[in-house]
Design a protein around this ligand. Structure first.
Ligand code: SAH
Ligand code: DHB
Ligand code: MG
Length: 220
């Protein structure tokens, strides 16, 4: 039985979703390849695409590629000469993502960097890959605060920084975090709230995925 939240998510997707063959194939490849099914939902993908368009993005940084599902949604907001750099640790995920991105016709725009994000981020700074117009943080949760700090270094005033999974089923409200993922999200949320260089908030999300949230920040 699906909850009212899932039903409404389906209702919104039916009205506004434009998940096409390439995105559906990406989801299927993730299943077939036994990669965790933790991609953003179709409506969240569309939301990220809208945000990318809203900030007129030409350069996007993504931390955590998985199968490239969110990557494809965001890359489609870019102009032909736009660039999306996505950081991924797992070679299998990166390989499947590359295939999906190629099928979507986005290989020219998307550049996947293999390695630990905490090592790749300083490298991006060194090679002057920034400033990015939008950053999407969605890799492992414990170092979210560090990813955010590196994102700031790769930003300019007006850069939009979005971070997925910052509510974790509401576990962030607990004084003692029950796991390292919610602890990472909680530490990040507090650092974000205290940071004077951004204007930020969090949107709670419910639907086909578990109860969670996305933090949204704009660099002053
Ligand atoms: N953005 C994707 C989902 C990302 S899931 C989507 O919505 O479609 C998180 C990804 O981060 C996984 O593929 C995982 O392998 C990767 N990851 C985990 N630890 C990492 C690290 N230290 N550096 C870079 N990527 C990492
Ligand atoms: C997990 C990671 C995600 O990025 C997500 O959107 C949902 C769950 C996880 O690691 O459990
Ligand atoms: Mg996520």
């Amino acid at each position: 039985m699906s909850s009212i939240f899932e039903e409404v998510d389906g209702y919104i997707a039916n009205l506004f979703g434009d998940e096409d063959e390439a995105l559906r194939k990406t989801m299927q490849a993730i299943k077939d390849e036994k990669i965790p099914q933790i991609s953003v939902s179709p409506n969240q993908g569309k939301f990220l695409q809208l945000l990318a368009k809203l900030c007129n993005a030409k350069k996007i940084l993504e931390i955590g590629t998985l199968g490239g599902y969110s990557t494809i949604w965001m890359a489609r907001a870019l102009p032909k000469d736009g660039k999306l750099i996505s950081l991924e640790l797992d070679p299998h995920h990166a390989e499947v993502a590359k295939r999906n991105i190629s099928y979507a016709g986005l290989s020219e725009i998307v550049d996947i960097r293999l390695g630990k994000a905490i090592d790749t981020l300083p490298q991006l700074l060194k090679e002057k890959a920034g400033p990015f117009d939008m950053v999407f943080i969605d890799a492992d949760k414990p170092p979210y605060t560090e990813y955010f700090e590196w994102s700031l270094k790769l930003s300019r005033p007006g850069t939009l920084i979005v971070a997925d999974n910052v509510i974790r089923d509401g576990k962030v409200v607990l004084k003692e975090s029950p796991d390292e993922m919610s602890a990472g999200a909680k530490r990040f949320n507090e650092a974000l709230a205290a940071n004077k260089d951004v204007t930020a908030t969090i949107i709670q999300t419910v639907g086909t995925k578990e109860h969670d949230g996305m933090a949204i920040a704009i660099v002053k």
